[in-house]
Every structure is written in C-alpha cells, then in structure tokens.
Design a protein around this ligand. Structure first.
Ligand SMILES: *Cc1c(COP(=O)(O)O)cnc(C)c1O
Length: 244
C-alpha cells in the first residue's frame, strides 16, 4: 500500500471502525458514570496488531489519540503511514533487549517493561542518547506461565529500583489478567497501584493504570483503570495467529 492509496479512501471505508468506536465511547461513558469517575480520566487506546495502517488512520480520524503496538517489526513497517506522531504511540508487547534500538525513537512510552534486566538495558540506551522514556511495569497478576511481567509481590521493590535508574520515568502499571476472570485481578491491580502511589517513592509520579481489553474494559474501568487497550472491539476479529 502506498501513501497515496491511504489518501484516497472513500467515505464508506472503515465505517465499521467508526461505528465500533461510537459504541465503545457510549459503553465507556456508562461505565465511568457508574463508577463515579470522570470520562477524561480513562484514555482509549487502539491496539493495532495485524491491522492495516489505513484502518488505523480511520480510528485516528475518529479522535483516538493513543495507539498500542505489540511487535517491533510491525511498528517499523507501519508507523510511517500513520497520521500520528510518536507521542501517540506506545509499545505494549514483549520487548527483547536487542530490539530496544529499533523502537526507542518511535514510541513515547513502553508499557511492557517486564523485568529489571529490560529496565536496566532501556536505561542505558536512554542515557546514551540523552533522552528520557516513560515506562509502565507490566504485572503478571495471574502468575500465568504464558505471560511475562513482575509478580505482585515483586512490584514494590522493582518500582523502587527502577525509580533510581537514569533515563526512565516510571508512570504506572500495566497488566493482562487471565481471561474472563471478572474483577478479581483488576481489584488486586488497583490495590497494588495505590500501594505504589502511597509509598511516595522519590521522583516517582504514578498516574497510569493500564488495564482492560475488548472483553473486560467495563470491569477494568470499575476498578480504576486509567487506560483501556482495545483491539478487536475497534477493528474486529484478528486473523488467527500463525503457528511459530
Ligand atoms: C492484543 C492486545 C490488546 C488488545 O486485545 P483485544 O482483546 O483485541 O482488545 C491489549 N493489550 C495487549 C498487550 C495486547 O497484546
């Protein structure tokens, strides 16, 4: 696809995306009101894995101001076609230390810092470039083998250590809880988030609790999520993942 083809979209292109976003906004509004919270306190991120850039641009046109990218290779291929600058792009996938250099200039936040090792490597790269990167600590709240991230009992210590690393600004927590588990893990995350805030760790400004996906964003909002990450609810079902 060329940039020109992106420009030539007719009005009906992406109608489903527009409609989905409208519905989601109504649901968010309801959930926010039920929780006695303010709409502006919950950011809506569009998760773009496998979605062609012209459809991502429809979401941007609809006023979505955050994109979540999972894969290093996909960012590198697609970012140039987005009508969005890097301040609207967050990395949310597992990041190998040898790929840090490929994305560090392409995103404004890395939400998926899942080990001290990765935090240290990121810190070194940021220092070398004289830059600062916002990060979230990814928490494996369900202690699932298939997921990465800190266990809840490791989080406070990790936050304290990461707060001391130059070049990084830890802004909060991110999680992908076990599917269909109701509010149990979201409540745990909310507690953990408040615990970190109350600790008043020097230099730390915790403000982001990133949780809630297509199937469970309402529950996440009820438990204090400040950022929901939606893929399928916006763009529709993804093609089945290729076996590795
Ligand atoms: C894919 C993905 C999402 C979105 O998932 P949906 O179920 O499509 O809403 C959110 N967060 C992360 C980290 C993801 O990988």
């Amino acid at each position: 696809m060329t940039k020109n083809q992106c420009e030539q979209m007719d009005e009906s292109f992406g109608w489903d995306v527009r409609q989905n976003i409208e519905e989601i906004r109504a649901n968010v509004k309801e959930a926010v009101q039920a929780a006695g919270r303010a709409e502006k306190d919950v950011a809506l991120m569009a998760v773009t894995k496998t979605v062609p850039p012209e459809r991502v641009n429809v979401a941007l046109q609809e006023g979505i101001c955050l994109l979540g990218e999972n894969r290093v290779q996909e960012i590198c291929q697609k970012a140039a076609f987005y009508r969005a600058s890097k301040d609207k792009i967050h990395f949310i996938g597992h990041l190998q230390t040898n790929k840090i250099r490929d994305i560090i200039e392409k995103v404004s936040m890395i939400e998926s810092v899942d080990s001290l090792h990765l935090a240290q490597a990121l810190s070194r790269e940021c220092e070398k470039r004289g830059m600062e990167m916002d990060i979230l600590l990814q928490v494996n709240i369900g202690k699932e083998e298939t997921k990465s991230g800190f266990y809840e009992e490791e989080v406070l210590d990790a936050v304290e250590r990461i707060a001391k690393l130059p070049g990084l600004k830890a802004k909060g927590l991110m999680t992908i809880p076990p599917r269909f588990s109701g509010t149990l893990y979201f409540e745990k995350m909310q507690e953990l988030f408040l615990l970190c805030k109350e600790k008043k760790i020097e230099g730390l400004e915790f403000s982001v609790l990133s949780m809630g996906m297509s199937d469970d964003y309402r529950e996440a909002i009820a438990c204090g999520s400040t950022q929901i990450r939606l893929g399928r609810a916006i763009f529709g079902e993804r093609p089945a993942a290729k076996p590795h």
